[in-house]
Design a protein around this ligand. Structure first.
Ligand SMILES: Nc1ncnc2c1ncn2[C@@H]1O[C@H](COP(=O)(O)OP(=O)(O)O)[C@@H](O)[C@H]1O
Ligand SMILES: O=c1ccn([C@@H]2O[C@H](COP(=O)(O)OP(=O)(O)O)[C@@H](O)[C@H]2O)c(=O)[nH]1
Length: 232
């Protein structure tokens, strides 16, 4: 079983697949899935995307650096939203972010987040990497290494990594394992090359799972053979 886990959730895990905003049904599902792993007493960090609010590239009339700042703020909104939902359901959590100065958001300090983990808090890392031109996959890789995670779990809308996009090709074949080198060389779109590269350099395995299949998150944390594992 993994003991220190960084979970990357897409914005769509708050809105429902393909949706915008927040869906009560999806949030209830999310809370139940997170509860199952939180009760195993693992140290849990979460990086959430903002696809349910803004993705920089979707704002066509904006300069990218401006659009991306809206995207990053979206991740802080989602983190605060999740904190509230978690706490109404008895899950203690804290939002940390280097990009905003708000009373409910704490600065990112390693000793402080370690104390939060020890006290059983889920740490929500908001604000992406703090830089435009990146995505929350890359933020997840950075924060995973900063919190000494033993796995980065990307919970998304496909069952893992395939030899081609399974949403476009019915005959796509799933990999159970793939090396960082292959993922980078084949330019696998399910995660950014930057994220693969940071994890490769720091020897941190990535597990891609389908968030929308009940029980998957628990299976992943317990080390069951699901999804696709990326390592050396
Ligand atoms: N080789 C591949 N294997 C798996 N998924 C792929 C592949 N190529 C493209 N994709 C697409 O990547 C998507 C997941 O990436 P992305 O939309 O960035 O996730 P998220 O929003 O969860 O961060 C999937 O919906 C899938 O259609
Ligand atoms: O380090 C980062 C992380 C995110 N973003 C912006 O925030 C948006 C939301 O993140 P992402 O697309 O990764 O969300 P997801 O698809 O996971 O919901 C991105 O499109 C970018 O515009 C950014 O500029 N820098």
């Amino acid at each position: 079983m993994y003991k220190r886990v960084l979970l990357k959730l897409s914005g769509e895990s708050l809105s429902g697949e393909g949706g915008k905003g927040f869906s009560e049904k999806t949030l209830t599902y999310l809370v139940n899935e997170v509860k199952k792993i939180h009760q195993l007493n693992i140290k849990l960090g979460i990086v959430v995307g903002a696809g349910n609010i803004f993705r920089g590239k979707e704002l066509k009339d904006f300069r990218i650096q401006m659009a991306d700042q809206l995207g990053m703020l979206g991740t802080v909104i989602n983190s605060l939203y999740l904190k509230n939902v978690f706490e109404s359901n008895g899950l203690k959590s804290i939002v940390v972010s280097p990009i905003v100065n708000l009373p409910s958001v704490m600065p990112l300090k390693y000793d402080f987040i370690e104390q939060c983990f020890e006290a059983g808090y889920i740490v929500l890392f908001g604000g992406g990497t703090s830089n435009p031109l990146f995505t929350t996959d890359t933020a997840a890789a950075l924060r995973a290494i900063e919190m000494n995670a033993d796995i980065l779990i990307k919970a998304t809308k496909v069952d893992g990594i395939y030899d081609k996009d399974p949403k476009l090709f019915e005959d796509a074949k799933k990999y159970d394992n793939i090396t960082f080198e292959q993922a980078i060389k084949e330019q696998i779109k399910v995660m950014d090359t930057e994220a693969f590269s940071i994890c490769k350099k720091n020897n941190l395995s990535i597990l891609i799972i389908n968030f929308f299949k009940e029980g998957n998150l628990l299976k992943a944390v317990e080390g069951e053979n699901i999804g696709t594992k990326v390592n050396y």
